[in-house]
Every structure is written in C-alpha cells, then in structure tokens.
Design a protein around this ligand. Structure first.
Ligand code: ADP
Ligand code: MG
Length: 238
C-alpha cells in the first residue's frame, strides 16, 4: 500500500546544508507530524517529497513505487500549504475540480467528485461561492478538498492551520482527524504547535538543523525524550 519511505535524502542551498542525509518512514494510513523550529528544514523536506524541490541525494518511495525522479504531476501526492492560494476568480467547485480537469477527467465526473470532496470537508452547499465569500477555515477546507479530489496516495500538509485563529484551529484539527479516519490516507503534517502534533500524530518527528532528533509515538516522546534538544523543545513550548 502507500507507505512513505524517505532514504538518505539531503539538500544543500547555496553551499549550506539544510537537510543532512535523512530517513523517514510513515506506515500506510499513518499520520506523521513534523515539529521543529523555524528554519530546521521541514518545508524543504515536504517540498522534496512533493517533487517541488530536488534532493542532492537519496530516494523517496510510496508503497513499492520509487518516485524520486518523477515529476510533481506523476507522483500522485496531495498537498496543502500554509498560504492556501485558491484561484480567486474560480468558484469553490471549480477550484476543487481544477486538478481533475488538468488531468482531462470528463467534466461530469470531475463535478461529481468535487461535490463528493466538498461534502467530505463539510462544505457540501458551498460549491457555487467564490473563495472571497468564505472564512479562512473554510478556504482551508476547500484547499484540502482540492488536494484530496485526485485520490492521492499520500497527503502532505505544511502548517495548514497556522494562519487560523485559535478557535477555528481547534475545529479544523478535529476535522482533519475525522477526514484522516475516513480516508485512511498516509499523511505528513508540519506544525509549529506541539499540542497539535501530539494530538493528531500517530508518530511525531522532530527536526533540528536538518537532523532528525527523534521519531516516535507522542507518548514515547513525552515519556522518554531522546536527547536534550527534544526535552528542551517539549518543555519550553507549552
Ligand atoms: P522550516 O520549514 O523548518 O521553517 P525551511 O525548509 O523552509 O525550514 O528552510 C530551511 C532552510 O533552508 C532555511 O535556512 C531557509 O532559508 C533555507 N531555504 C529554503 N528554501 C530555500 C531556497 N529555495 N533557496 C535558498 N535557501 C532556502
Ligand atoms: Mg516551513
């Protein structure tokens, strides 16, 4: 199935090593949360997995497929980034259909799938609206529907909730949990929020200066921080 395996992936920008050779496995259907300070390399790793950035070395597999050299379009990965840029001139429904239309899915099929995905994210009646008529939380749900509509093997979320206010964020966390349970999609989510990571993650991966500090269940990470960095990070944030 769709287990994600990252093997010995590294990345250098302008002579500075941003990711040291790094391994990560996320089991099929599992939810991995990635924590770490700003600049630790979290987005770079997600962008490499998504195919938006090329690694210096290493390999990425989803299930039995080696996707390291595939273009973004061929990877079959859904992603949502912090700045969820929906197309402002398109309706909510057309935004969700966009990826399907790009793949030449017939309009009627694309429409049906878009409606199904909008239902899944709780926006069944919002297809005809324009993005500007939605709240930040609702726009982020549309971005999620757009990422899910192509039936990806893997879902990547880069701080999808960090722009939302606290109350809406709590709501969206519950929604993400429900949607993850319903879809069973292997998911990697970057977050700044350690409570969010511990609550949503089956596994939490902590990154610092491009080095994995610990990759464990939330319980084990709390009970037995792997090193001083992890202990200080967990202790200093809440
Ligand atoms: P995080 O998401 O953990 O905050 P990033 O992966 O965005 O960290 O960035 C890690 C480091 O790589 C930062 O020092 C950042 O400035 C640098 N970086 C990221 N993308 C680029 C790029 N395209 N060109 C040059 N440097 C980059
Ligand atoms: Mg980032």
């Amino acid at each position: 199935m769709a287990e994600l395996t990252v093997s010995r992936v590294s990345k250098t920008f302008n002579g500075t090593r941003v990711l040291e050779p790094l391994d990560l496995t996320v089991g099929d259907g599992r939810f991995c949360c990635m924590l770490g300070s700003s600049g630790s390399g979290k987005s770079t790793l997600l962008r490499i997995i998504a195919g938006l950035e090329e690694p210096d070395e290493g390999a990425i597999r989803v299930g039995s497929r080696d996707i390291t050299r595939l273009s973004v379009e061929k990877r079959n990965i859904g992603f949502v980034f912090q700045n969820y840029a929906l197309f402002p001139h398109l309706s909510v429904q057309s935004n969700v259909m966009y990826g399907l239309r790009a793949r030449r899915t017939p309009r009627s099929t694309a429409k049906r799938k878009a409606e199904e995905m909008l239902g899944l994210v709780g926006l069944g009646d919002f297809g005809a609206r324009s993005p500007a008529q939605l709240s930040g939380g609702q726009q982020q749900r549309v971005a999620l529907a757009r990422a899910l509509v192509t039936s990806p093997d893997l879902l990547l979320l880069d701080e999808p909730l960090s722009a939302l206010d606290k109350k809406i964020r709590g709501e969206m966390q519950r929604e993400l949990k429900r949607i993850h349970q319903e879809t069973g999609l292997t998911t990697v989510m970057v977050t700044h929020d350690q409570e969010e990571a511990m609550d949503l993650g089956d596994q939490v991966m902590m990154l610092d200066h491009g080095v994995v500090q610990q990759n464990d269940t939330p319980e084990s990470m709390y009970r037995a921080p792997g090193n001083r960095f992890v202990a200080q990070f967990l202790g200093g944030q809440s």
